[in-house]
Design a binder for this molecule. Sequence first.
Ligand SMILES: [Zn+2]
Length: 380
Amino acid sequence: MAGRVVRRAFKYRFYPTAVQAEQLARTFGCTRYVYNRALAERTRAWSQERRRVTYADTSKMLTGWKRDAETEWLSEPSKGPLQEALRQLQGAFDRFWRKQAGYPKFKRKGQSKDSATYYSNCFTYRGRQIRLAKQSEPLDIRWSRPLPEGATPSQVTVSRNTRGQYHISILVEDTITEPPSTGRVVGLDAGITSLYTLSTGEKITNPRHERTDRERLAKAQRVLARKQKGSRNRAKARLKVAKIHGRIADRRRDYLHKLSTRLVRENQVIAIEDLSVRNMVKNRSLSRAISDAGWSEFRSMLEYKADWCGRRVVVIDRFYPSSKTCSVCGAIASTMPLTVREWTCRCGAVHDRDVNAARNILAVGLTVAACGDGVRPPRT
Ligand SMILES: [Zn+2]
């Protein structure tokens, strides 16, 4: 079977030498400076002159800043990461204009993740060693899994999180062999008591440790709130909170990766609901549950993995009353408060709320898959 070529990122931890750490700190400082200054320029041009500054404009400005005696230190780091900072800012504005995000924010030292992206002309990859531009030694990378055979990295991003750990994300072209097709289909409901419920009746619970981690997080946050602003102890407490946050996020991402890989392998069609988190804020407990569950991240994992494997993810309208509709007879219950976990339809069918919802999502998803995306499920 012929494989398909896709771009994939592989992330590893690395340990910089003292010299590399210092150089990276300067590079991060420069990318942050360029990002913030370009943001300030764009904001000023718009608020004072109603003029839109483009990515190309900021790129020209950068050339000027490098020549300026006051900021000539900007010409010290490799030029790739600085250009990339401007591109990221452009991306932030694009998302703002599409109403997917708020207005871009300034990056603050120690509070936002530091990162620098190098294109293929700014690093070398030889014999499993990566050497960044202007560095004499290769990075000490912990290769937790190998890069695909014969892969050529096209771009690398090095970052330092608020816990002080360094990671490198390596983008390569990889060939994926589609797994054999399966006749199976599944519907998935993003739940409240369970993380996800499948139309097969299986309930996917939160990863183990999650609960104790959350308790630890709450405790660390209380400690942080008590520390005096600007004190050294406050900085320590903040680092502790960031560490726990990071651990929760890492574990969750790992868990969602395993789950999405499994669902995509097992099923030809996966039906999910379009839960746009923004529209659910009125119900705070639910919105918390959903954003906690990393729904949008999980959805994108499902979508790109399905794309790699020749599977299909069908997203159904979020106004479809999946919880209120009986999956046996199609009758719609008038109300269905969040507290109701089990209900009996007038046809006699007894439903677990989430399994019933997942079955409805699957049924609508299959209709959409068969008839094309133009078909919309009925609304209430
Ligand atoms: Zn019924």
